[in-house]
Ligand binder design. Structure first.
Ligand SMILES: Nc1ncnc2c1ncn2[C@@H]1O[C@H](COP(=O)(O)OP(=O)(O)OP(=O)(O)O)[C@@H](O)[C@H]1O
Length: 326
């Protein structure tokens, strides 16, 4: 274990009779980008808030660099949080917003402004230092919030749905910037999102939560390619969940190809064909009244097109068939 790693040891959060987080264990590697992903109410924000110290831990321990930080105040943990709504002070300039936590620590004006300018430089906002928050675009406000969190030189930056207030275009641009910043700073980012696209685009590691527990975690490509449960396969998207005599399996829709009826792994009947530009989405009904989706590259499909009602075979390689445990 590296010195800066963050560890959750059987961490639980209960609000009255609701268990929001149920004895989760996780080892966040230092210098990595981790996304906490899951549907609304699964416990991801509670997990993040416990790491930040904005919520108490009901049970278990949080260790950073081997030190138990579970009961320390937020400012003494070595973590910093960037909030969903940015929480900027409307009456303070950009510079003073960024310098705020240093002011609270009693750092003198010259010193804290110099450090705040360094942070503004990092997020490319040097020219806007004297503006007030309401004179900034959403993307610029977000960068101020980032600079303000980073000025405390945290070992771990915690981000709660940081891109949700941005329009789709800006969201894609900002996620590239977040990723770049994390690599440049060489610290850990832990980012809560309910968007699987966002998690796949950003994360070295993805933690999928469901019903207060970690359903699956690991490198982003492993979680996407080899879902272990029906929930993860369906939540990550792009997969078929198929019941076969040998059990339940996940098969990526883009790994399914269409052949002659007798040649495929299973036989089916085409129920819909939809042209989607780069590929064609074909759905077929197979035994057990199950629907299977195949995403076929555009040119491959039109070399040998199929139509609703056609009998076809569906084929996929054995290594694309992942057994589901639940
Ligand atoms: N302060 C609170 N008091 C009581 N219950 C709470 C409180 N905060 C969260 N909960 C409950 O705990 C569970 C987990 O909430 P949490 O906010 O961690 O989920 P989430 O995965 O972040 O959801 P979302 O994506 O909607 O923010 C939910 O059932 C929620 O209603």
């Amino acid at each position: 274990m590296s010195k800066q790693d963050l560890e959750l040891v059987s961490v639980s959060k209960r609000y009255g009779r609701t268990t929001a987080v149920d004895a989760i264990n996780y080892h966040f590697k230092s210098e990595s980008y981790t996304c906490l992903l899951g549907p609304s109410g699964c416990g991801k924000s509670s997990t993040l808030r416990m790491i930040a110290g904005h919520e108490s831990v009901s049970d278990g321990a949080i260790l950073l660099a081997g030190r138990n930080i579970s009961n320390l105040p937020p400012a003494q943990r070595g973590t910093a949080m960037m909030f969903q709504n940015y929480a900027l002070f409307p009456h303070l300039s950009v510079l003073d917003n960024v310098a705020f936590s240093l002011k609270m620590k009693g750092v003198d004006t010259v010193k804290r402004h110099a450090q705040a300018r360094e942070m503004l430089d990092l997020v490319d906002l040097t020219d806007l230092a004297e503006r007030l928050p309401d004179q900034l675009s959403g993307g610029q406000q977000q960068r101020v919030a980032l600079a303000r969190a980073l000025i405390t030189r945290p070992q771990v930056l915690l981000l709660d749905e940081p891109l949700s207030a941005l329009d789709p275009f800006l969201r894609v641009r900002m996620r590239a910037e977040l990723r770049k910043l994390q690599k440049e700073l060489g610290i850990s980012f832990i980012h809560v999102t309910h968007g699987q696209d966002e998690a796949l685009a950003l994360a070295d590691e993805i933690i999928v939560m469901n019903n207060a527990v970690i359903e699956q975690a690991g490198p982003a490509r492993d979680v996407f390619n080899s879902p272990k449960t029906q929930f993860v396969a369906q939540f990550m998207g792009g997969h078929n969940v198929i019941a076969l005599p040998a059990g339940h399996f996940a098969v990526r829709a883009d790994a399914v190809s269409v052949t002659e009826p007798s040649k495929g792994a299973v036989e089916g009947q085409v129920i819909a064909v939809e042209y989607q530009g780069t590929h064609v989405s074909l759905s077929a009904r197979i035994a057990g009244d199950q629907e299977v989706l195949a995403l076929i590259p555009d040119s491959k499909f039109y070399n040998n097109p199929h139509h609703p009602g056609d009998r076809i075979g569906l084929h996929w390689d054995a290594n694309n068939q992942h057994e589901l445990t639940a």
